[in-house]
Design a protein. Structure first.
Length: 413
């Protein structure tokens, strides 16, 4: 096992034994091989820097490298944004540990030797984020590699496998060139992803949101701290912000738009489909601490005369948001709320069971101007999973779920 700090600064000799220079930098070409050290940047005094390819390396040891070609065969250095520089882009930089779901700082890289046909390839196997890597960085060039290794053996290791590393690259163009995938982040739980984003700088946070698909970005955004959520949306631009907000729950969107500067909210609303823009605008009319300000306009309502099987068929056909499906509202021919059926009762009932026979008693609802204290009291007294919000004619216009209650109480704590 070798380490990046043992290679950086190493003396390099060509096949004739002539001194070529010292290793100033190492480059990975993610597009070709995501963990191979593809090139070594060699410097010597005022001479023009040279580059040794991975297939020109014959021997590697801490502090020393031998090549299998003469110095004349080496290429002059030409910067390439598609190369990932170990010293510049990795050491001392923050990365995301997608396995441990946290942000960590890189102290060193562990390298494995892959010998083939007289060459030695170096492959990155792990990222050192612990004390051994920090000690190597501190003592490099001060004492011999052998002494450093004896010291580090007594220290507890702390490493991350390279396949669990997700790099943070704020420049979207360079991210494309490096072919950095955000797939591993997209597979994380939104709450974990939000925790990671809260540990990053504003620029890095924006880079993460910009690289995610709309649905994943919306889920992560919903979990962010309220202050950070507003900052992220403000910097997204109206078009991108609208694309993400379309994937969020209406009540969450309304709360977020209410926190934005009025001109920003209007710019975002103009980018949304007309129906959704009108829906969000209507929700914005309700004060935050009222039932109307707490409700979600996405709910399931069916005719009171339907059977259990007919209701399930309708739900399968409409494909509502399952996360919001706590209860089903029953309405009569005039659209007036006549009952609420918990989803648990629906699933356990016989196919031909009338929904009216499954409704809860008493029938509870609140007007949109009901204060949040009244809503909290009803949820607590009747152990509700959801509560209907109705207009002056008694027609349901929204639903408040227990998740909304928990979120509101958490904000007030």
């Amino acid at each position: 096992m070798l380490h990046a700090t043992e290679i950086l600064g190493a003396e390099v000799y060509d096949v004739q034994g002539h001194f070529v220079g010292r290793v100033r930098e190492m480059f990975i070409e993610p597009a070709e091989q995501p963990n191979r050290i593809a090139r070594l940047l060699l410097g010597r005094g005022k001479y023009r820097p040279l580059v040794a390819r991975y297939d020109q390396v014959a021997f590697v040891a801490p502090g020393t490298i031998r090549l299998n070609v003469e110095e004349q065969r080496l290429e002059p250095f030409r910067p390439n944004e598609a190369w990932l520089a170990v010293r510049k882009d990795l050491l001392d930089q923050q990365i995301i540990d997608t396995n441990g779901r946290k942000v960590v700082r890189v102290n060193d890289l562990d390298l494995a030797e892959n010998r083939l046909n007289g060459t030695v390839e170096l492959r990155v196997t792990q990222v050192d984020v612990g004390l051994p890597g920090a000690v190597r960085r501190l003592l490099q060039g001060v004492v011999s590699p052998g002494v450093i290794r004896r010291i580090q053996e007594k220290l507890p290791p702390k490493t991350i496998k390279w396949e669990f590393v997700n790099l943070i690259e704020p420049d979207p163009m360079r991210r494309v060139k490096l072919r950095i995938s955000m797939q591993k982040l997209a597979e994380m739980h939104p709450a974990d992803l939000a925790d990671i984003m809260e540990q990053l700088s504003p620029v890095e946070r924006q880079a993460i949101i910009a690289s995610l698909d709309e649905e994943t970005a919306a889920e992560a955004l919903a979990e962010l701290d309220e202050r950070l959520k507003t900052q992220v949306v403000e910097k997204l631009g109206p078009e991108r912000a609208a694309e993400i907000l379309e994937e969020m729950e209406p009540d969450e969107v309304a709360d977020l738009l209410a926190e934005l500067p009025p001109e920003t909210s209007q710019e975002v609303l103009r980018e949304l489909p007309r129906a959704e823009a009108e829906e969000f605008s209507e929700l914005l009319q309700f004060p935050e601490n009222t039932a109307g300000g707490m409700m979600n306009t996405e709910f399931v309502s069916v005719n009171e005369n339907a059977t259990r099987e007919e209701a399930l068929a309708w739900i399968r056909r409409e494909e509502p948001d399952l996360d919001q499906l706590d209860s089903i509202f029953l309405i009569n021919a005039q659209g007036v709320l006549t009952g609420v059926v918990p989803i648990g009762r629906l699933l356990l009932a016989p196919p031909e069971q009338p929904l009216l026979a499954l409704r809860m008693e008493p029938l509870l609802s609140v007007p949109p101007d009901a204060v949040e204290a009244t809503v909290f009291e009803l949820f607590d007294k009747y152990n509700l999973r959801s509560l209907a919000v109705v207009d002056a004619q008694g027609r349901p216009i929204g639903a408040i779920t227990v998740d909304d209650i928990v979120h509101r109480l958490w904000k007030q704590s």
